[in-house]
Design a protein around this ligand. Structure first.
Ligand code: THG
Length: 370
């Protein structure tokens, strides 16, 4: 069971030809689009991300654009964080929740010029959700998926590369801030962002017909920095404790249960979806579960991809779910990401998690590992 049947329902990205030419070996499907996940050597891809710079096709991070006279009210309503004082050119990591406060997505929200907002999304059908609710509310907005495809450059040498191509001013960009610009006439939004803690930028291509051009220009500029292809890296993201929405959490999780509590505003006058439910969680003294790291006894060889979340046990009772377990190259030990009952976390209990060699003891720790 290792082939995916492609069809026009599953969209290719604007960089697809170049990713194939670069040796693409593994894909997944994300937002109904092909997402590159490896070029055949995960350790080399990890090393490149930690030491040099990597180019990632992350077109699957689709944008929902909200524009028009009611755009600010509408964008706020979808966002469990007070965005009143957000500036043009600023991005924020936010939670989108349903009426019961369950997290539906963890996008980067960007405020563009001309009263436009982009929710730069993880894998869920937010376009339908946003269109439906905006229409029911009668807001004067346009809700679309624009022709925008992010290309990430990640790693310690990404800033030098991007500064050389776009100018020294990019060094002043703060995290999640962006500029609307172009690269030799290729229209894009340049944002300091990306799903790693190694630093970097995302180039949001605004013309899908120019994918090959953009890829080639970035690779040419990156040659002297040792650039090579990669993808959001499973081991690095576990070490960094970055949430993979939909993978790490159960469908009934609220933002406090996926480590996003610090991005949620409950003490605010603004109206947003799920606010009352999230206020109730705070009033009850906190969520049922917490998103934590686990240090697992024993050695794992290669990364052991978990096709589904597995139970975490304590005294024969399930107290959580394990979402990922990897060998950390930098820590040289086995680590994982889990949702565990808050009472168990607070008691500092040692739990049991499933490994290829059966259940093993695991200690709980705060994220990130690194
Ligand atoms: N890029 C874009 N959109 C995205 C992602 C992305 N949408 C979905 C998903 N990835 C969003 N998830 C994250 C999670 C964490 C970070 C970025 C995207 C991140 N966090 C920093 C940290 O944890 O240190 C800083 C957070 C902060 O201080 O606000 O980088 O990758 N376009």
């Amino acid at each position: 069971m290792n082939r995916i049947t492609l069809s026009p329902r599953i969209r290719m990205t604007p960089f697809h030809d170049r990713t194939v030419a670069a040796g693409l070996s593994d894909i997944t499907v994300y937002n109904k689009m092909v997402m590159p996940t490896s070029y055949g050597d995960l350790k080399a891809e990890y090393d490149r991300l930690i030491n040099d710079v990597a180019i990632w096709d992350v077109s699957v991070e689709r944008q929902v654009q909200i524009s028009g006279p009611d755009a600010a009210v509408c964008a706020q309503y979808f966002t469990a964080r007070d965005i009143t004082n957000m500036a043009e050119g600023q991005g924020k990591y936010v939670a989108m929740c349903d009426h019961a406060g369950r997290i539906l997505n963890d996008p980067v929200l960007m405020k563009l010029s001309g009263n436009r907002y982009w929710f730069s999304l993880a894998d869920n059908d937010m376009l339908l959700w946003c269109k439906g609710i905006a229409a029911e509310r009668g807001w004067d907005v346009e809700v679309i998926e624009p022709d925008v495809s992010p290309l990430a450059v990640q790693g310690p040498k990404a800033e030098d590369l991007v500064a050389e191509s776009f100018g020294e001013h990019v060094r002043e960009l703060k995290y999640f801030w962006f500029i609307e610009t172009d690269l030799d006439g290729i229209p894009l939004v340049l944002c300091r962002s990306g799903w790693s803690k190694q630093g970097g930028f995302e180039l949001f291509l605004q013309d899908g017909s120019r994918g090959n051009d953009l890829w080639d220009k970035v690779v040419a500029a990156g040659e002297k920095y040792g650039i090579g292809p990669g993808a959001p890296n499973h081991v690095e993201r576990v070490e960094s404790g970055l949430l993979s929405w939909g993978g790490d959490n159960t469908p009934d999780s609220n933002p406090f249960e996926v480590g996003m509590g610090r991005y949620v505003d409950t003490d605010t006058d603004v109206e947003y979806l799920g606010k009352a439910a999230l206020q109730a969680v705070v009033a009850a003294g906190g969520p049922e579960r917490l998103f934590v790291g686990v240090n697992v006894e024993g050695e794992l060889g290669e990364a052991w991809p978990l096709p589904e979340r597995t139970p975490i046990m304590l005294d024969g009772e399930q107290v959580g779910t394990l979402a990922a377990i990897v060998h950390s190259h930098r820590l040289d030990r086995t680590i994982g990401l889990a949702q565990i009952k808050r009472t168990v976390v607070e008691a500092g209990s040692t739990v049991e998690v499933e490994t290829p060699e059966g259940y093993k003891p695991a200690t709980i720790q705060k994220l990130p590992f690194l």
